[in-house]
Design a protein around this ligand. Structure first.
Ligand code: WTA
Length: 635
């Protein structure tokens, strides 16, 4: 069952102006799509040749061991080679790589030269602390420039990073540290959010007690409150960066194209987070191509992806792809409404942002405050807008287009996933738009909408979204769990060899694609991805709860909100006080984004005879809809 639903206005068109088409990096989508389709390997090889390699590949695609595809086999490269090293030998050394603004108004700018030096220094620090190629490093930080420096330094020395979103709590952090077996954690004392301090280091301290594998914690000073530093384990970033071993030159590790670049944990259908693995070679090729073409990146652009670096959007499109392209990337630390609801519009005007990429939930949140806030600022620098994370409802799309884009800026609605590494279904600026549709697949990508047996569904019918052929930045495996990689994504259409996205979608009469929402036990809350099982295990870790089931119900602002059903242990009594306590417990155990909006205490849960909770039934009940087929219901 899809998480969200709306009736798409399939006949409402927004066509690009002739000027927009003429200056676009790809003026003719159909021609490029056809070209890529004709010979995908030649197409991707040509894109890869735009980047630097220590050694070119021997083979573009090795599909001899499906679904463990390999790209650019035999090629040698490093993300840091293309994102940094190659720029500092050109005029780009003087260009701004990162413009950062803190929530408190503090500003930092880093040229490519300066960023390269900082990354080199930190790479030397990590090496000096005993981190070597292949070691996993966990990064749990706020939105500060040092998070990009830390990620790039890990890439440079060949140590895969695992960035954990700073909104997760200690249990979530501990299980991710544990799964990756990270001996090093990089964090901050705290992060600013809505004028308050998020105490990151306190969470790390608790997580590290739960995961004794951690030997070293490196702490960036940001919020400057008193924190505990454990001698022999905790080190200040600025102290280490001042030591003689932190030299501004560092050798870049020569990596195989298929060597891991990072692990990023994401929610799946069980409580255990999945470590999605991406590699140095294909990921560079795909993320840089998609950004260059879908957002039409030009040398003079000021690109602002307003996501968090802790999610895939931030990895691919705040840090890596913009830097590969030599673009200027903007990072803002805090909340969009702090201190007033025009903070984002002020940033656009102050820095002359040309492209803004954000999530529907943020647009809806800012829309609530009315047009007066954006109208106070000069938004005329904007030329393109983007959306990601969940379906964008047409009302929000139109508001974004009219009020923020002043009817001048196409909206690039990008559908993709942590697993895909980069945009999969997206318009290019030369493509005609329909509000709420991500339009067409990116060149080189073959998607379809099929039923449970793999037969294509008809126009305007719902089905499972599948990807029919491999692409360079595809997930390589679930870290340490090849079985789960196969069962999650490839089992359902094993005979056909298709990738199962887990989303419901439909195609309209014009061939435009509409992604409706998840059809598995994954929830999208405010654009964040969460597993029902993660929230459920947070609930049952409270001593009063015997069993629980969690569903997502549509919410105007957040896309979905969490409803929880709990069976209590013998002797425990449901009450408002307990409901409040359980919400606080989940915030603490899993993270604030996982806190249920509502908890209901029940005596039993609808289950199949094999004991699986039928969330579909709970959801229909919560929404007052027909319960559907109950034949598999136990009793
Ligand atoms: C949803 C985020 C509709 C979808 C990059 C997908 C979208 C999940 C869109 C992946 C979009 C993302 N329109 N739905 N433009 N973009 N989604 O891994 O359900 O955090 O499967 O990656 O977000 O979430 P993830």
């Amino acid at each position: 069952m899809a998480e969200q639903g709306f009736t798409p206005p399939t006949s409402e068109w927004y066509r690009p102006t002739a000027d927009m088409v003429k200056q676009a990096n790809v003026p003719d989508y159909d021609a490029v799509y056809a070209l890529a389709r004709q010979d995908p390997q030649a197409f991707w090889a040509k894109r890869a040749a735009e980047l630097e390699w220590y050694k070119t590949w021997d083979q573009v695609l090795d599909d001899s061991n499906k679904p463990f595809y390999k790209w650019f086999v035999g090629g040698k490269t490093n993300m840091a080679l293309n994102a940094l090293d190659r720029h500092v030998t050109t005029w780009r050394r003087n260009k701004l790589a990162i413009i950062w603004e803190g929530e408190d108004g503090e500003k930092v700018t880093l040229s490519y030269w300066r960023l390269w030096q900082e990354v080199n220094k930190f790479a030397n620090v990590l090496r000096g602390m005993g981190v070597s190629k292949g070691d996993r490093v966990t990064i749990y930080m706020g939105r500060v420039p040092e998070i990009a420096i830390a990620m790039l330094a890990c890439a440079k020395i060949g140590a895969p990073h695992s960035v954990v979103y700073g909104g997760f709590s200690e249990q979530a952090l501990a299980s991710r540290i544990e799964d990756a077996q990270s001996k090093v954690v990089i964090t901050c004392d705290g992060a600013w959010l809505r004028g308050k301090i998020v105490p990151l280091k306190v969470t790390v301290d608790e997580a590290v007690t739960r995961s004794p594998v951690v030997e070293t914690v490196i702490v960036v000073k940001r919020t400057c409150q008193e924190i505990q530093m454990e001698a022999g384990r905790d080190y200040w970033y600025h102290d280490l960066m001042a030591l003689p071993f932190a030299k501004p030159n560092a050798e870049t590790e020569v990596m195989d194209a298929e060597d891991p670049l990072f692990i990023l944990y994401t929610s799946g259908t069980t409580g255990k987070p999945k470590g999605v693995l991406h590699t140095h070679g294909g990921y560079q090729v795909y993320t840089s191509t998609t950004l260059e073409w879908a957002f039409d990146i030009k040398e003079e652009d000021r690109w602002w992806c307003a996501a968090d670096p802790g999610w895939i959007t931030g990895h691919s499109y705040i840090v890596y792809a913009p830097l590969i392209l030599g673009a200027t990337s903007i990072i803002y630390e805090g909340a969009p409404t702090y201190p007033y609801p025009d903070r984002w519009w002020k940033i656009v005007a102050d820095y002359g942002v040309t492209i803004l990429y954000t999530a529907p939930t943020a647009i809806r949140g800012l829309m609530r405050f009315g047009e007066a806030w954006p109208r106070r600022h000069d938004l005329s620098s904007l030329r393109l807008l983007g959306s990601v994370g969940e379906p964008i409802n047409p009302e929000a799309w139109r508001w974004y287009h009219r009020v923020i884009g002043e009817e001048r800026c196409p909206i690039i609605d990008t559908w993709w996933q942590t697993e895909t590494g980069g945009f999969m279904i997206t318009p290019l600026p030369s493509v005609a738009l329909k509000p709420g549709s991500a339009t067409r697949p990116f060149p080189g990508i073959e998607v379809d909408i099929v039923d449970d047996d793999g037969a294509p569904v008809g126009a305007n019918e719902d089905g499972n979204l599948v990807i029919k052929s491999p692409w360079p930045s595809m997930i390589r495996t679930v870290y340490g769990d090849d079985e789960r990689f196969i069962s999650q994504y490839w089992e359902k259409y094993r005979d056909q060899g298709w990738y199962l996205a887990g989303d419901t979608a439909r195609r309209d009469d014009d061939g435009y694609l509409w992604v409706i929402g998840r059809n598995d036990d994954v929830l999208k809350v405010s654009g964040y991805r969460l597993g029902t099982a993660e929230v459920e295990s947070g609930l049952v870790s409270h001593s009063a709860v015997a069993e629980s089931a969690v569903i997502g119900v549509p919410d105007e602002l957040r896309g979905n909100k969490i409803f929880a059903y709990c069976i209590l242990v013998e002797g425990a009594e449901g009450s408002d006080a307990l409901e409040a306590e359980l919400k606080a417990h989940v915030r603490h155990e899993v993270g604030p984004i996982a806190a249920p909006a509502q908890i209901e205490f029940v005596d039993n849960l609808p289950k199949t005879r094999s004991g699986k909770i039928m969330r579909r039934v709970l959801k229909a009940q919560a929404l007052g809809q027909p319960l559907g087929d109950l034949s598999t219901l136990e009793d």
